[in-house]
Design a protein around this ligand. Structure first.
Ligand SMILES: NC(=O)c1ccc[n+]([C@@H]2O[C@H](COP(=O)([O-])OP(=O)(O)OC[C@H]3O[C@@H](n4cnc5c(N)ncnc54)[C@H](O)[C@@H]3O)[C@@H](O)[C@H]2O)c1
Ligand SMILES: CC(C)(O)[C@@H](O)C(=O)O
Ligand SMILES: [Mg+2]
Ligand SMILES: [Mg+2]
Length: 336
């Protein structure tokens, strides 16, 4: 019995029978879509992949042995519609393709609560709305499944018209392999806001900024960029692997006492109360919905700022050095 966690659902708490005879339309074949389609098919579920056009995702699906079809065709006779197109695209696909064919008793399923929580999609009352949100990047959702496991998934129910929404969310999570690890229950609000906070403050935003700042601090003091890359960026994976397996104190016990002392004293000097105040400011911005407004406006205006930030990163010294060093580093990776 857990001392801290709420209920954790595992293999025996979920039954595929709740979705086994349903027609499932998965929309999108990107990072999550590919993993979901392949895992759910391998779990014996009745999945059709719907795409808007015959582009890269279409080709990739064919290469994987999956038969893609137009969104409209995948939605024909669908009982369950899973939205795995980008968050900013979901409202358009919902309005133009899903809403016109939505029937009472159908299910709308999400991998992240954004569109429902921020009311970009407002479904009628006579459908189920639930989520299975993987707490991992798409490629890991597939890789863990192929190796016989699964990544943790959060399930949440926003509308339970059928009275079986939670069982169906758990069944989808099981089909993804998640009950091999553990499935926790959440709400759309909690998942959406915490997911955004995690990816902005640390996983994606804070981490990238910290790695780049450390890299440039070392380079600006006259050291070679390749030394800076190894220290500031490349080794991060190995340190986070230790955290993943053994926790923060386990990682600290795996490094030298010199690193422990220096790290514990300097880390909190750099990431100080002022930084935490700024983190709180941005977390509040997510809670208030202001971040969502900003991102929707940016997307609607063509995502120009996003493209320019990605260009800057691609052309940065750290990425140039990284592209060359990764060839050396990846050669030494243990074979899978
Ligand atoms: N990427 C992740 O690892 C991850 C993790 C957890 C949850 N999620 C959630 O999963 C959902 C899907 O995200 P993703 O990152 O897998 O998406 P993605 O960007 O990797 O995939 C996009 C798919 O949608 C298609 N697409 C892109 N633009 C389109 C457009 N304008 N019109 C029609 N189709 C379009 C692409 O062809 C592709 O098939 C989101 O709700 C996201 O928040 C993603
Ligand atoms: C993989 C992440 C960052 O956890 C996910 O939340 C995403 O939006 O891609
Ligand atoms: Mg996210
Ligand atoms: Mg996430």
């Amino acid at each position: 019995m857990s001392k801290v966690l709420g209920k954790v659902y595992t293999e025996n708490d979920a039954d595929l029978k709740y979705v086994k005879d349903k027609n499932i339309a998965v929309l999108g074949y990107g990072s999550q879509g590919r993993a979901w389609v392949l895992n759910l098919l391998d779990s014996g579920l009745n999945v059709k992949l719907g795409l808007e056009r015959e582009g890269n995702s279409w080709k990739k699906a064919q290469e994987d042995g999956v038969k893609p079809m137009k969104t409209e065709d995948a939605l024909k006779g669908a009982d369950i519609v899973i939205f795995l197109v980008p968050d900013m695209v979901q409202r358009k696909i919902y309005a133009e393709k899903v809403k016109p064919v939505l029937k009472p008793g159908m299910d709308l399923v999400f991998a992240h609560g954004f569109n429902i929580h921020y009311k970009l999609i407002q479904p009628p009352e006579n459908v189920d709305v639930y989520m299975a949100a993987p707490k991992a990047p798409g490629p890991s959702v597939r890789e863990f499944f192929v190796k016989g496991g699964g990544v943790p998934v959060l399930v949440g129910v926003n509308q339970d018209y059928s009275g079986q929404a939670l069982q169906k969310a758990l069944a989808i999570a099981k089909g993804l392999g998640a009950t091999k690890a553990g499935v926790l229950e959440t709400t759309f609000k909690e998942e959406t806001e915490t997911d955004l906070m995690g990816e902005q403050l640390d996983l994606v935003g804070g981490l990238t900024a910290m790695l780049r700042a450390t890299f440039h601090t070392i380079v600006d003091l006259g050291y070679r960029p390749e030394m800076a890359y190894f220290e500031a960026i490349n080794e991060m994976k190995l340190i986070t692997d230790q955290i993943y397996e053994k926790g923060l104190s386990g990682m600290l016990r795996a490094v030298s006492d010199t690193a422990k002392y220096g790290g514990l004293t300097v880390g909190t000097y750099v990431i100080n109360d002022d930084v935490k105040k700024r983190m709180k400011e941005k977390a509040e911005r997510i809670k208030s919905g202001k971040f969502a407004d900003e991102w929707i406006e940016e997307y609607d205006e063509g995502s120009k700022n996003l493209a320019s930030l990605m260009d800057d990163l691609d052309n940065s010294l750290e990425e140039q050095v990284g592209r060359e060093l990764r060839e050396i580093v990846l050669r030494g990776q243990p074979k899978k």
